[in-house]
Design a protein around this ligand. Structure first.
Ligand SMILES: Nc1ncnc2c1ncn2[C@@H]1O[C@H](COP(=O)(O)OP(=O)(O)O)[C@@H](O)[C@H]1O
Ligand SMILES: [Mg+2]
Length: 647
């Protein structure tokens, strides 16, 4: 970074100045106080120039003045300091204002384009703070480093040897550009954290898959056990039904064997025969009953003669009575003539009666004959009937036989029925067995599903583990990167590198300033009592002819050490790869140096100016013997202005 031009308006003592700052070699800033002759050059406004640069860049001055106090008293307003900066091909102008007509209290950055002269691109950001960050980036150097390595203020010459480890570390890291590594380190750690998170997520993912796998395998073995159990039970069921079927078969075969197929038809024909016979018996019975009737009729007919005979006998008896009556009338008066009736007179009547009796008796005889005939018929019919009856078939035997055959037939039918039942049962059982054999193990599908799940999980695990390998490698790389940028990594390496450089430069400057009596040694790393490397920033100072520490040195010696250390640090800032700063301002750097020391310092600064471009030395002493390039700050009652003086 080159500071090309400084433009000052109403800043501290300076009313107005435009100063070219780049590639000036060794340049002396001297003052002339025409306002106060007693003050010689003091108070002319020399330091105000350096402070103007510092204020423009950082908003604060080496002397600690800020706010409205920086405005030139006489002007009271319109304070502005502009710095034109070249960084490679880019040119920026930083302008800081205080009570400025247009700029108010703002700080602005513009970029210039060589292709379009006069065109300024505004890079100012929303807040001064953001704009300041942008400025720090452009300069590539924070305030502390600027103060320690670029602008050694008059009163605040950086007391590097007296600095604490922490302060020195900050300065050195900034000066060496290591703080950039800090950002890189933060980035690397962020990346590492991201990679670690991914890795951890991967671990969690894998363990989730693994636990799923364990669960799934457990499920699988449970289902497999169930499958086996089902199969065993199923086999037992099939075996049982098989045995049942075998038993049935045996029974059926035995029953078949035992069953006489000829028997039922035989029974049927026997029964048919019996049936026929039984119907014959009916006919016989019919005939018998007809004969019975004939016998009964004959008996009736025979008996029917009895009444006729009885009537005829009664008539005979009555007539016998009549005869005796008529006989008894002999000698009895005639009813008509009342003379006694003679035997002759009554005889006719007796004769009639006697004829009648004889007739009746003949009738009886005839009737008896006929009855006798009828009886003979009856006898004959009864004999015939008895003969027929005796010849009739015996039904009891037949019926017994029939009943027995029927029973046997029923038994055979039952037997056939049972055999049919058994056959049907056997068929049913056979079907059931077939169904059992055909039945699919319900766990098989589940096992297939679970197996598929296990396989999928295994594949998933493989993929996850592969991915995890990549993540692990990524994480290891990120770790290595972080390690590289860590304090123990490149930072330590760089700090380790810069130490010899700083020591070399310091020794060079201190040797020149002190004739080699005083040594100042920078160290950035030290070993602990355990021998571990640890960052420790310190400048150890020793006077071979006296004090063993910085504090024991005289004021002049201390100043020499401070100058040497500051110059060495400036060299470090100037030479670092990122944004070297090609400027050094030593304000009253010659103070407290004797003539000899002054001469040596001037030699050193001249060399430095040749190497670095511009070195400004502010001094109230006349150093014209050594410096040919000079800015003269002239203070009048109107304020201070700056003149270029060619010597
Ligand atoms: N705001 C200001 N306006 C005008 N003059 C100021 C202001 N602040 C300080 N001064 C004066 O400027 C002078 C200091 O200028 P400085 O640059 O330190 O002088 P030098 O370095 O040449 O001795 C002093 O006389 C001081 O009173
Ligand atoms: Mg001064």
């Amino acid at each position: 970074v080159k500071f090309k031009q400084l433009q000052i308006e109403n800043f501290l003592a300076i009313t107005e100045a435009t100063i070219a700052m780049a590639d000036r070699g060794l340049c002396l800033i001297q003052g002339e106080n025409q306002d106060d002759t007693s003050a010689d050059s003091n108070g002319a406004g020399k330091s105000s120039i350096a402070d103007a640069l510092c204020w423009a860049l950082y908003g604060t001055t080496a002397r600690g003045v800020s706010g409205d106090d920086v405005i030139n008293d006489k002007a009271g307003k319109g304070c502005m300091v502009g710095v034109r900066i070249e960084d490679g091909a880019d040119t920026f102008i930083i302008r800081r204002h205080r009570k400025h007509k247009t700029g108010k209290n703002s700080v602005t950055i513009v970029q210039l384009d060589f292709a379009k002269p006069g065109v300024e691109t505004d890079l100012t950001l929303g807040t001064d703070r953001l704009t300041q960050d942008r400025i720090d980036k452009i300069i590539g150097c924070p305030y502390e480093v600027f103060r320690a390595a670029v602008y050694a203020g008059q009163e605040q010459m950086p007391d590097l040897p007296a600095m604490t480890d922490k302060q020195l570390k900050l300065l050195l890291e900034e000066a060496a550009g290591v703080s950039l590594l800090e950002e890189a380190y933060a980035d690397a750690r962020k990346r590492l954290a991201a990679k670690t998170e991914l890795y951890d997520k991967g671990v969690a993912h894998i363990s989730r898959i693994e636990s799923n796998q364990v669960a799934e395998l457990a499920r699988l073995s449970t289902i497999q056990a169930s499958e086996t159990k089902w199969q065993t039970e199923q086999t037992a069921k099939i075996d049982y039904i098989k045995r049942e079927i075998a038993d049935l078969r045996e029974k059926i075969i035995a029953a078949d064997k035992a069953y006489d197929t000829t028997r039922l038809p035989a029974i049927e024909s026997a029964l048919a025969e019996i049936s026929k016979k039984v119907s014959g018996i009916k006919e016989e019975k019919g005939k018998l009953s007809i004969m019975d009737k004939a016998v009964a009729d004959a008996v009736l007919k025979e008996a029917s003669f009895n009444s006729d005979i009885t009537r005829s006998r009664n008539i005979v008896a009555k007539e016998k009575g009549n005869l005796s009556k008529v006989h008894s009338e002999i000698g009895c008066p005639c009813p008509e003539c009342a003379r006694p009736l003679t035997a002759v007179e009554v005889e006719p009547r007796q004769k009639v009666i006697e004829v009648r009796i004889a007739e009746e008796r003949a009738k009886i005889e005839r009737l008896k004959q006929r009855q006798e005939d009828a009886h003979k018929v009856t006898q004959k019919l009864a004999d015939e009937r008895n003969v027929f009856s005796a010849s009739m078939t015996d039904a009891t035997v037949m019926l017994n036989q029939q009943a027995s055959l029927m029973r046997e037939k029923q038994n055979l039918r039952d037997q056939l029925g049972r055999m049919g039942d058994q056959r049907r049962l056997a068929v049913t059982k056979l079907d059931a067995m077939k169904a059992l054999i055909a039945e699919k193990n319900p766990y098989s599908d589940m096992i297939a599903g679970t197996n598929a799940m296990c396989n999928a999980l295994r594949d998933e695990l493989d993929a996850a583990q592969k991915a995890q390998k990549v993540r692990s490698r990524d994480m290891e790389i990120a770790k290595s990167v972080a390690k590289v940028f860590s304090p123990a990594g490149v930072r330590a390496h760089i700090l380790d590198e810069i130490t010899p450089f700083l020591n070399g430069q310091t020794a060079k400057y201190l040797g020149a300033l002190s004739d080699g009596n005083i040594s100042a040694t920078w160290s950035t790393l030290s070993r602990t009592t355990k021998g571990e490397l640890r960052e420790r920033f310190v400048i150890e100072v020793e006077n071979t002819k006296g004090a063993k520490s910085f504090h024991g040195l005289s004021g002049g010696e201390k100043r020499k050490v401070r100058i040497a250390c500051a110059l060495a640090l400036q060299d470090l800032v100037a030479r670092r790869a990122v944004k070297p700063i090609e400027l050094f301002i030593g304000d009253e750097i010659d103070d407290a140096l004797d003539g000899h020391g002054l001469e040596r310092l001037m030699g050193i600064l001249e060399e430095k100016a040749m190497e670095r471009g511009s070195v400004f030395v502010i001094s109230h002493r006349s150093l014209r013997d050594w410096i040919s390039n000079m800015l003269l700050v002239v203070k009048t009652d109107k304020g201070s202005t700056v003149e270029e003086v060619a010597l």
